[in-house]
Design a protein around this ligand. Structure first.
Ligand code: NAP
Length: 319
């Protein structure tokens, strides 16, 4: 495993990390969770991502229980969670980054994890209805109270991140240091030119998500939706359209010979491609079984195999 600084921060994250969205509780029980986390940790993964809203809080509970049973030293790993959507149907507790919600919600997450602090706390989405200074100050206070060590944003527009950085700088508050954006061969917009000052001038880090476009980039959807896949899950109908889209499937097919030539599986090829971007600090992987973790971790062997010519070939497929 290689480690990258989280932007300009002193903190280092493993190039591949592991997240719980969709899978924990919904697809995998505690036993399977522990096996996958252990496989990732043994491969050098030091960062485990979660969110308040995943499985209605049960994902944090399962990860916390797994961490207790695995018994790893707290200093050896990083845990994150994300706040915004909330757990209660109440105007002050859903779709918000107001001070009351943030200060109470972080306590709820810590209780579910059974942890004293999370390493990274993300604002899961931007909230244009709350003054940015209120949010920045609340995140600052959470850090000052020792409940999170660093904070970041997820799926924020570049202008929103720059505004938060500006407020924090002017008021001498803890700045956000990291964005959690979608990033895969089909979704590259969060590293567009508007984000250049965020990652360049401000040295923001990134923990990128859905590197396999929910599994599409493994090639497993080429002949329809397999049973026991994310695409077959109830409640994910919105995803099925993307996973069976003919144009997307054709692009995946065009990628296949390039991966084959490298000796990589499509999943490994697609994960290693994400790490070509120097602004990516860590690629958050997901898995529903331990074999996928083993396969995905081996992507690191291919990171230095992407020549400029190969990158141009890939661009021509996805542009
Ligand atoms: N900030 C945000 O808004 C946000 C949003 C989404 C995700 N995230 C974070 O990013 C993490 C990763 O996202 P993601 O789960 O969407 O990642 P992904 O890599 O795009 O999809 C992971 C899924 O693809 C399938 N898969 C993975 N490796 C495979 C392999 N080698 N062969 C075949 N199938 C494979 C598995 O699903 P099946 O086996 O069930 O098909 C797995 O659960 C999440 O856990 C979460 O922590 C953040």
């Amino acid at each position: 495993m290689n480690y990258r600084h989280l932007g300009n921060a002193g903190l280092q994250v493993s190039e591949l990390s592991f997240g719980s969205w969709v899978t924990f509780h919904n697809q995998v029980d505690l036993d399977a969770t522990m096996k996958m986390m252990e496989a990732a940790y043994d491969a050098g993964v030091n960062f485990f991502d979660n969110a308040e809203v995943y499985a209605g809080g049960l994902s944090e509970e399962i990860m916390g229980e797994a961490l207790r049973r695995l018994g790893w030293r707290r200093g050896s790993y990083l845990v994150s969670t994300k706040l915004y959507w909330g757990m209660h149907d109440n105007p002050n507790e859903k779709n918000t980054l107001n001070r009351k919600y943030l200060l109470e919600a972080v306590d709820g997450s810590l209780t579910r994890f059974g942890l004293d602090y999370v390493d990274l706390l993300f604002c899961h989405r931007a909230d244009p209805t709350t003054p940015i200074e209120e949010t920045v100050r609340a995140m600052h206070n959470i850090i000052e109270r020792g409940k999170a060590l660093y904070w970041g944003t997820s799926e924020w527009e570049a202008a929103e991140i720059l505004e938060a950085l500006d407020v924090a700088e002017r008021r001498n508050l803890h700045k956000p240091i990291v964005e959690q954006p979608i990033y895969n061969l089909f979704a590259q917009h969060r590293f567009g030119p508007d984000y250049e000052p965020v990652y360049g001038k401000h040295g923001y880090g990134s923990t990128t998500w859905s590197p396999l476009a929910s599994g599409l980039l493994t090639g497993k959807y080429q002949a329809g939706i397999p049973q026991n896949s994310r695409g077959a899950l109830e409640g994910y109908d919105w995803l099925q359209k993307e996973l069976t889209d003919a144009e997307r499937l054709a692009k995946v097919a065009a990628l296949e010979p390039l991966a084959k030539e490298m000796g990589a599986t499509l999943a490994q090829f697609s994960l290693a491609w994400c790490l070509q971007n120097a602004h990516v600090s860590t690629v958050l992987t997901g898995a529903s079984r331990v074999e996928q973790v083993h396969e995905n971790m081996k992507a690191l062997a291919f990171v230095d195999r992407f020549t400029p010519d190969l990158m141009a070939d890939i661009d021509s497929i996805f542009s």
